[in-house]
Design a protein around this ligand. Sequence first.
Ligand code: NDP
Length: 303
Amino acid sequence: MTGGSRVSGATRVAAVLGWPVAHSRSPAMQNAAFAALGLDWVYVALPVAPGDLAQALAGARCLGLAGLNLTVPHKVAALPLLDALEPAAARIGAVNTVLVTPQGLVGANTDGAGWTRSFVQEHGPVPGSVTLIGAGGAARAVAFAAVEAGATLRIAARDPQRAQALARDLCATSPGATVEARGLDRPLWSPDEGAPGLVVQATSIGMGAAPGSDAWRSAQAAWDALLPPEPCPGTVFSDLVYTPRQTALLAAGALRGARGHEGLGMLVHQGAIALERWTGRAAPVTVMREALIEALGAEPPTY
Ligand code: NDP
């Protein structure tokens, strides 16, 4: 069995539910992994309209699906529809992976752990001071992961109240955490403070912005306003946006002598952890990464 090329009566089915979902690169990545592991499994993308999620999850229970991923717009809507939530999913307030267990459907979130695994693999331990841009779902996943790694966190979001709400949630779960929340109305750090060890970009700024395009220039202008011009060679810039792989933020970091961490790594590792949870096997990360790069290259960048 090679990732769906010989589907049999015994083939196990995993799926991603989204709306729309035809653009998803997860099938390419997961089917390549199943093939590499010699598993008689197949992974498909199923379009599920927003109002149909409860029925789709009930269907997943009855059909004996082996595992699910959830993507936009279902990650938050699924919370009350599952039989149980793992602590990470409950803390983050979003589910990207569903485990099918004898006790029912369990919501998990592998985004934060996927980001950490990718970062540690490429750059070593998470630095002690982290500035996080954004306060949406992916930002929440990384925020909990960074605090768990012991970092001091500055959250900067265009809606400061959203940043404050995230800071409160972080301090409620990790009472010793040092977290500051603020808006995006001024540079992310002052020359006196100096640059943090890590800047994580978790908004959709720059998504689908090809180098040289108007969208790229607008992202570049946003970063010029937020990033002090001084060199910061000790800083890593981590952009969760993975299309294009080299974003305007990573370019702005490189101009300042900083190292970059591409969003592709998180995408690979959140999928790898999901696969490991469903199958109990170690994920073939290199195969998954190569399949994803090929799939991303084959299609226009429309997340
Ligand atoms: P959400 O919609 O949950 O959050 C988006 C965040 O971006 C919000 O905080 C929003 O602010 C902010 N935002 C959007 N546009 C702007 C702007 N022009 N200026 C300032 N802030 C802005 O999305 P996700 O958290 O799910 O995704 C965020 C990004 O992370 C996306 O680009 C997505 O592709 C990427 N991602 C990457 C993953 C990976 O594996 N690499 C995994 C998941 C996501 P507001 O609240 O004010 O609207």
